[in-house]
Design a protein around this ligand. Structure first.
Ligand SMILES: NC(=O)c1ccc[n+]([C@@H]2O[C@H](COP(=O)([O-])OP(=O)(O)OC[C@H]3O[C@@H](n4cnc5c(N)ncnc54)[C@H](OP(=O)(O)O)[C@@H]3O)[C@@H](O)[C@H]2O)c1
Length: 334
């Protein structure tokens, strides 16, 4: 897989990257997550499983890997894989995130009122999680992202946090932010105004964009043109854009997608990912696959011939932004 410059940074990325959200902890919201892991939650078994998927990604040429402090042991599993396989740090790019603390204590089903992760965008959390990420990944960590920056979280108005991030940027880390929810676009427009010493603070953004949720198109185009690297997450809408989605409401769209996939001799997930890969503002699309065969199926996106009629059919499936995020918020941890 070809490696290209990531925005105006000195990093390179492959068009498809591997996200570790589903690999580092037993509980996640993706459809069928529990079944993927065969309900095998022993730490050593999960580490071995994550290494199998990382090996598969490596074999296919994937060279961007995405983690977060809150993905359970994702950074630790990535770190042990890098050491075991003696991966040359210069050959890959790694992003992680701070701002959510993992609190599920390796449990899938938590008692009422207890949370899987707790969000806090403050200087003490940034400093603590930076040290934790550094202890595991050291100078192999290239991009450090605010995890789910929103206007509500106030993080983009928090001068002390921004100054601390600018300090990390000046010491050589690319600073990024990930977005979520109906105000993705508004948040990113705000982020694009933040400069330190005449330079944008953020060199990277990770946003949700898929054929159902396209509301950030204009702002992603603007940041891309400004030299910010663009990473796309949830390209399969957390598994909703796969045959695994059995929701009766989605049946007409899944039927249309299945027919299109047959006509183009590919899979539904490959078509959905191809729609993202072919947007001019995209640098890297994350696969959230927790199974090697799903990863291979996702990679078929690279072979889809992108044509105007296909683009029209796929991009015509968008949902209202508010509706999309309402459905997203109803996905349960499993
Ligand atoms: N706020 C944030 O910063 C944020 C939020 C969400 C995600 N992310 C990042 O984005 C990455 C990817 O996002 P995502 O987890 O939402 O991924 P996604 O690509 O939208 O969805 C992944 C889901 O699709 C399923 N899938 C993929 N191919 C399939 C196939 N051929 N057949 C059936 N099911 C298939 C996967 O199943 P299997 O698991 O069985 O393979 C998984 O459940 C994450 O790992 C994380 O790094 C960041």
């Amino acid at each position: 897989m070809e490696q290209k410059p990531f925005g105006q940074t000195n990093l390179t990325v492959t068009p498809i990257g591997l996200g570790l959200a589903a690999l580092g902890r037993p509980g996640y919201i993706n459809l069928g997550h529990g079944k993927d892991l065969d309900h095998e939650y022993d730490v050593a078994a999960m580490e071995a499983h994550s290494h199998t998927v990382l090996d598969a990604a490596w074999e296919t040429g994937i060279r961007y890997f995405d983690a977060a402090r809150s993905y359970g042991r994702a950074e630790a599993f990535l770190s042990s894989w890098l050491k075991n396989r003696q991966i040359d740090p210069a050959s890959i790019t790694i992003g992680s995130k701070w701002g959510y603390t993992y609190t599920a204590d390796w449990q899938v089903n938590l008692p009422q009122g207890q949370k899987h992760e707790v969000k806090e965008h403050t200087v003490p959390v940034l400093q603590r999680q930076w040290q934790e990420s550094q202890a595991l990944l050291g100078n192999q960590l290239n991009i450090y992202q605010i995890h789910s920056a929103t206007l509500d979280s106030g993080v983009l108005e928090n001068e002390a946090v921004l100054a601390e991030l600018a300090r990390l940027r000046d010491a050589g880390t690319i600073i990024g932010l990930s977005l979520s929810g109906t105000d993705q676009a508004e948040t990113l427009w705000r982020a694009l105004e933040i400069e330190f010493d005449g330079q944008l603070l953020f060199g990277s953004v990770q946003a949700t964009w898929n054929i159902l949720e396209q509301s950030a198109t204009a702002v992603l185009t603007a940041v891309h043109n400004a030299g910010v690297g663009v990473i796309i997450k949830e390209a399969l809408a957390n598994g909703r854009l796969t045959p695994r989605n059995q929701s009766p409401d989605f049946e007409p769209k899944l039927h249309a997608l299945t027919q299109l996939a047959e006509r183009h001799q590919t899979t539904v997930d490959a078509l959905a990912l191809a729609a993202v890969l072919n947007q001019p503002f995209v640098d890297v699309v994350l696969s959230g696959a927790a199974q090697p065969d799903h990863l291979i199926s996702n990679l078929a996106a690279l072979n889809v011939k992108w044509r105007p009629d296909l683009a029209n059919s796929l991009l015509g499936m968008r949902e209202e932004t508010a509706e999309y995020w309402q459905i997203r918020s109803n996905l349960s941890w499993n």
